[in-house]
Design a protein around this ligand. Structure first.
Ligand code: URA
Length: 245
């Protein structure tokens, strides 16, 4: 790929900016100075340095954010700040999108990518990728509540009852819930349909990828091969759904 296109693909500026950066000798490609913006270079494992700041070439961006409360999953938020304001300009220029959405008051694991296939795969209900939530409930968690959530609750505008893949009580007012789909306000609506109410909601995992303890609220990290493959697996305590008839 041409040198300036490599920079552009990584969100490092417009076509013109990237050509300029190279001509002004501000960029190293694998520690080598390249001054011709059109020079063809191999991208695999390429290390870039722009004004001394290091970047690794990535064909696609995959990342995890520890979403704080009070942020909307929208580029044009209505009432709160945007989750995109927590990401650097380079990622915004690459056009990363949220992989599914969380409500403004929900905290926890939110994925982003600029890989359309990946976004589709992780948001398609057919793929059955479990999303694990820690739910704090207004009323005590009872065996009946767990039973209803596991066998299925009827939501307005849904043709059939919706069940959790897995549900267990964590404490008197908290439960852990795994759902496969990501319907609008799904957990809140499921709890309401079962006669309780969500006081706070935290997503702790997607598939087998658990929000890292050391990822601070509001911080993000790249997802590497190991984390990407964990997304496709199931958590050990979350049984696979029964086969559909
Ligand atoms: N279910 C909800 O109700 N809200 C979320 O943010 C995610 C799942």
């Amino acid at each position: 790929m041409q040198a300036y296109r490599i920079l552009q693909s990584q969100g490092l500026g417009s076509r013109r900016d990237c050509r300029d950066l190279i001509r002004r000798q501000r960029v190293l490609f694998d520690s080598m100075l390249v001054t011709d913006p059109e020079q063809e270079l191999a991208c695999d494992n390429l290390e870039l340095s722009v004004d001394g700041q290091a970047y690794r070439y990535r064909q696609y961006a995959y990342l995890a954010l520890h979403k704080p409360a009070g942020y909307e999953c929208s580029r044009q938020p209505r009432d709160h700040a945007s989750v995109f304001s927590l990401l650097p300009e380079t990622l915004l220029r690459r056009g990363v999108q949220c992989v599914g959405r969380l409500d403004q008051d929900t905290t926890g694991l939110l994925l982003f990518s600029d890989d359309g296939g990946f976004i589709h795969e992780h948001t398609s209900p057919k793929k059955q990728i479990g999303k694990t939530y820690r739910v704090t409930c207004k009323h005590p968690v009872t065996p009946d509540l767990i039973e209803q959530l596991q066998t299925g609750v009827q939501l307005h505008d849904e043709p059939a009852p919706i069940s959790a893949r897995f549900c267990r009580a964590v404490s008197e007012h908290q439960l852990e819930l795994v759902i496969d789909e990501g319907k609008y306000h799904q957990v809140k609506r499921m709890l309401a349909a079962a006669g309780n109410r969500v006081e706070s909601l935290h997503r702790s995992a997607v598939g087998g990828f658990v929000l890292p303890d050391d990822l601070a609220v509001g911080a993000w990290q790249w997802l590497e091969a190991e984390e990407l493959s964990a997304l496709k697996t199931h958590l050990e305590n979350a049984p696979s759904p029964s086969p559909q008839p």
